[in-house]
Design a protein around this ligand. Structure first.
Ligand code: GLA
Length: 722
């Protein structure tokens, strides 16, 4: 019987017949409710020809493709044993070209029940399929689990079990999925510190396009999401198949096309040689590889991922407070006297959470020392953090604190007491003058838990900004990532009221593994709105906006030195989990009033901004971005029009607003976030009139002419249906 899972317009059909490894017959648009006979007919009809100079049977791409099946592309698993080991040379040889067999009784399918002779439910709410494979000669079993969520998100993982007597090395245990030939264009991401998630497009040519992350965290150049789509796919158009690895250590993502078989997308944890050796009876469970199909461009990926993430999110139903972070306001120059004016200004403009950044702990006067010594420095905070927290609480705000638990400075009490806890070897390069703490060293994780637990128990804290400011460059990224997950999980269990933000010198650790256990992520260290428009746009392809910290910075951005209008900074920071990173004590009365008006709007629009559907119009002018959020009932929406550079034509095309209810009448009004600079003699008439009322269809198909914005300016509109 062919297993046919369907949900929200996506269909996955898997053929588990015979003794071979089950194969994906189809992953893409829903093929509809169908019966077993039709699916069998599809499976039979899909068997390809046998080309000259090939294996003598039709080649099929299985869910765990190996050389032993005749698949000469990248294999799904790579395993090895010592030829002299207890299992003997033949087991070692078998592993070079594994031939897995399905254990027929292991196949379990759970999909909502359909009519007696049908598979795949009429209500199409997804389901799960799992099966076990064995290669008896190699003494290995692989259990694979495939889930299609009600939102149409497909995720897969394997469990590799050593059934032999000698240690089993795991070199790769990844997920491989077919993509159709029409998916001939690729999109993935790269980046630098303060410039994360820069899109890169290329053709899917013959060969392997592989992205490997060896940072022990995603890294600033993280591939993040690898998408293959129909030529020219955009935010609103084209079919797209995409993969992401839900893991915060080393990862690989690849796309492969060859002359011999279907094109594939692959992804999983990247394992270093010898990093995982399973003892007899041990198994390795891989992280999930998350795969998403969209018939409607990149927005269609978010349309599946965001509701799915919201279904298990740790922050579901929690309001995202307006944050003030002290870093770009005072850096290491901390004291109660210095911070008091900032606390007062923050409270005045409507900040809800005040975060004390780096510099509060023993001996930490600059970034060269003291990481690891997580006790409050009495030289800076003579009465502990209590008086500061009281002051912040008294002003009506919550209090949060910066930590970087996985790190240690050579110049620290911790490194002096436990040199054996420092990851790597002495003489390894430092990075920001710091080393990594080996969380797998006996006692190290326990020590950290005790320090953080004491900090949380002893202070009225609701949030930790959990930073990670360097690559590992040594040790086992696999073991370290498991250890940090365990530490975070343990702390969360002990302090369920405390939110944790995954921060890594900006956006170097953002993935769906860390999102399962943290409550906010920082997309990039830059608060320059021009940079942020882009990093937010692409980071939010996977991560819903309520997770994405977006801060209002000073007029002159600290990272780029570029100066931006306040209205552009406000319009940009509105679309995420908003905050401020600017010394408000130096702001003018007019600026404070504008910031206060912005936080008021943010709080009012928060349910929409953090629960709606993210849309991104494909604007005709590449200098123009049109991000928006439409409420799930489509009665309300917020759109922004941002000009990143000079317009390419004197009269840019009317701005079309997608995702609205075509038959509803919307009133469009500009949201007052301060004056945007224009380059024109007169506004469009509708704009001067203050509002316009049009149907959703008109707004999507015809659009609205906009004031001609100067470069690096933005407007925000609210749309309300009546
Ligand atoms: C990193 C973070 C910053 C700040 C500093 C503190 O660079 O990205 O936001 O917290 O560390 O040292």
């Amino acid at each position: 019987m062919i297993h046919h899972l369907r949900a929200a317009g996506v269909g996955v059909s898997v053929d588990p017949r015979g003794t071979g490894v089950p194969a994906v017959l189809h992953w893409g648009p829903d093929l509809g409710a169908t019966d077993a006979a039709a699916l069998s007919a599809l499976a039979a009809a899909s068997v390809p020809a046998v080309p000259p100079s090939s294996i003598d049977v039709p080649l099929r791409l299985s869910l765990v493709p190996t050389l032993g099946e005749g698949w000469s592309g990248r294999p799904g698993v790579e395993l090895f044993r010592d030829a002299g080991g207890a299992d003997g040379a033949s087991a070692a040889r078998a592993l070079r070209a594994p031939r897995f067999e399905l254990v027929p009784e292991s196949v379990t399918v759970s999909a909502p029940a359909g009519p007696a002779d049908a598979v795949g439910a009429a209500d199409a709410a997804g389901g799960t399929l799992s099966f076990e494979l064995v290669d008896p000669d190699a003494s290995v079993a692989v259990a694979t689990r495939l889930e299609l969520t009600p939102e149409g998100v497909l995720r897969l993982r394997h469990r590799i079990e050593n059934r032999g007597r000698s240690p089993l090395g795991v070199g790769r245990a990844a997920v491989v999925l077919p993509v159709p030939a029409r998916a001939s264009e690729l999109l993935d991401f790269s980046g630098l510190w303060a410039h994360e998630r820069r899109p890169i497009r290329r053709a899917l040519e013959h060969g392997v396009h592989a992205r490997e992350g060896r940072h022990g965290r995603g890294g600033h150049d993280d591939a993040y999401l690898l998408a293959a789509g129909t030529p020219g796919f955009g935010f609103r158009t084209g079919e797209v198949w995409a993969a992401h690895v839900a893991w915060s250590g080393d990862t690989e993502l690849w796309a492969e096309r060859s002359a011999l078989g279907p094109a594939t997308l692959g992804g999983g944890e990247l394992l270093a040689p010898g990093e995982v050796a399973l003892a007899a009876g041990e198994s390795l469970e891989t992280p999930w590889t998350v795969a998403v199909y969209s018939a409607e461009g990149l927005d269609g990926l978010s349309d599946r991922l965001h509701p799915w993430i919201r279904s298990w999110s740790t922050i579901a139903g929690r309001r995202r407070p307006v944050v003030l972070n002290t870093w770009e306001a005072v850096y290491f120059d901390q004291s109660l006297a210095k911070l008091e004016p900032l606390i007062d200004a923050a409270a005045r403009v409507g900040v809800e959470r005040f975060v004390l950044d780096d510099g509060w702990f023993l001996g930490r006067r600059d970034d060269r020392r003291a990481l690891g010594d997580w006790t409050v420095d009495p030289a800076i905070w003579p009465g502990g953090l209590g008086p500061l927290i009281e002051r912040v609480r008294g002003a009506g705000m919550e209090f949060g604190l910066w930590v970087e638990p996985e790190m240690v400075s050579a110049d620290s009490e911790l490194a002096r007491a436990h040199p054996d806890w420092v990851l790597g070897r002495s003489g390894d390069p430092e990075w920001r003058f710091q080393r990594v703490l080996d969380l797998t060293a006996p006692g190290a994780a326990e020590h950290l838990f005790e320090r953080l637990d004491a900090l949380l128990a002893g202070n009225d804290l609701t949030y930790l900004k959990w930073d990670h400011n360097r690559d590992l460059l040594g040790g086992s990224a696999h073991a370290q990532t498991h250890a940090v997950y365990a530490l975070i999980d343990r702390l969360r269990a002990a302090h369920p009221g405390v939110e944790i933000e995954s921060w890594a010198s900006g956006g170097a650790r953002i993935d769906l593994g860390v999102l399962e256990r943290t409550d906010r992520v920082w997309a990039s260290d830059t608060n320059d709105p021009l940079e942020r428009q882009s990093s937010h746009r692409y980071t939010s392809l996977v991560v819903p906006p309520e997770y994405l910290g977006s801060h209002l910075g000073a007029a002159r951005a600290h990272t780029t030195g570029r100066t931006a209008e306040l209205s552009f900074r406000l319009a940009t920071a509105l679309f995420g989990s908003a905050g401020i990173e600017w010394n408000l004590a130096t702001a003018s009365e007019a600026e404070l009033a504008a910031v206060a008006a912005w936080t008021t709007q943010y709080r009012r629009l928060r349910p929409l901004l953090h629960g709606g559907r993210v849309v991104r119009a494909d604007a005709a002018d590449p200098a123009q971005l049109v991000p928006g959020v439409v409420a799930s009932d489509r009665r309300q929406a917020v759109f922004s029009v941002a000009m990143l550079a000079s317009a390419t034509t004197a009269l840019p095309p009317a701005v079309r607003m997608p995702g609205l209810d075509p038959d509803a009448d919307y009133t469009v009004r500009v949201l007052d976030l301060g004056r945007a600079r224009t380059v024109q003699d007169a506004n469009p008439a509708w704009f001067d009139a203050g509002e316009v009322r049009l149907t959703g269809r008109m707004l999507a198909e015809v659009g609205l002419p906009m004031p001609l914005l100067a470069p690096e300016n933005a407007l925000v509109f609210e749309l309300v249906a009546d």
